[in-house]
Design a protein around this ligand. Structure first.
Ligand SMILES: O=C[C@H](O)COP(=O)(O)O
Length: 268
């Protein structure tokens, strides 16, 4: 694992550590938000301690601020347009900021699968940063490849963004290989660790705060090995976010792993 000073306490660092979140696609509806709020009350402080964000579809973004108030959830968008002249049906980052979004995801594997290339993803990340949103930049190989090749592939995706994003802007990078989304198991810890090292080197060479996450088939029992394998600050949840039991288990595993990392950093 790379030795580095964790970010909490560093001035001007607005990002939580650890950090976790979920991309709900359209699987969470307006009526479900009350259930999320009720469930959060059964685990006081857990969502905020885990730095949990929900990336919601556009129609839910404004109501979610009221519906999720007090839960510790930070709300973000699943996508945005790449500048302020968003064409009909697309959403400008500044509008997302105006309604209280903190994050906007860019480059999700499903959007890359629809034809979004590194140029479009980079422009979206830059537009977010210029509007004060934190980009959640997804990088990852679209099909299985050995870890050394995956590391080169994902590093090129990240470098394309770093070339155009303000160096001091907060940035969250989500390593999410497309072949693990919806799969029975995540990528192996060795694979994730090898890829994460190269991403973390670039992310933490910037002047701005950064966080590195892994997503793809994260479930209870998988987190400790993933977090131990590389310089991850947290994980993204898909299916495992949708029941309180699984969500709580994953978040507790993240907190345990994170506290283990902090203890290692603090050791003489
Ligand atoms: O966007 C998709 C999720 O991040 C990954 O979903 P999953 O954990 O169910 O594989």
């Amino acid at each position: 694992m790379s030795a580095r000073v964790p970010f909490p306490g560093r001035p001007r660092d607005p990002l939580p550590a650890p950090i976790t979140g979920t991309n709900t696609k359209s699987l969470v509806g307006l009526a479900d938000l009350a259930g999320w709020k009720a469930a959060s009350a059964l685990d006081p402080g857990l969502l905020s301690d885990a730095g949990f964000f929900m990336l919601l579809p556009a129609p839910l973004l404004a109501p979610a601020h009221d519906a999720l108030a007090g839960t510790g959830v930070t709300v973000g968008a699943q996508d945005c347009w790449w500048d302020e002249t968003a064409p009909t049906g697309e959403i400008a980052p500044s509008l997302l900021g105006e309604i209280g979004c903190a994050y906007a995801m860019v480059g999700h594997p499903e959007r890359r699968g629809l034809g979004e290339d590194d140029g479009a993803v980079s422009a979206k990340a830059r537009a977010c940063a210029l509007s004060g949103l934190v980009p959640v930049l997804c990088v990852g190989e679209d099909r299985y490849m050995p870890a050394p090749r995956a590391a080169v592939h994902t590093r090129a995706q990240l470098d394309a963004v770093l070339d155009v994003c303000p160096d001091d802007a907060p940035l969250v990078v989500m390593y999410e290989p497309a072949w693990t989304v919806g799969a029975p198991e995540p990528a192996s810890p060795d694979h994730v660790g090898a890829v994460a090292e190269g991403l973390a080197d670039a992310l933490h060479a910037r002047s701005g705060p950064g966080r590195l996450m892994y997503a793809g088939a994260v479930a209870p029992g998988t987190v400790g090995d993933l977090m131990a394998a590389g310089p991850l600050d947290g994980v993204g949840l898909g299916r495992s976010a949708h029941t309180r039991d699984e969500r709580s288990k994953v978040l507790r595993e993240v907190l345990e792993a994170w506290h283990g990392k902090e203890a290692a950093w603090d050791a003489p």
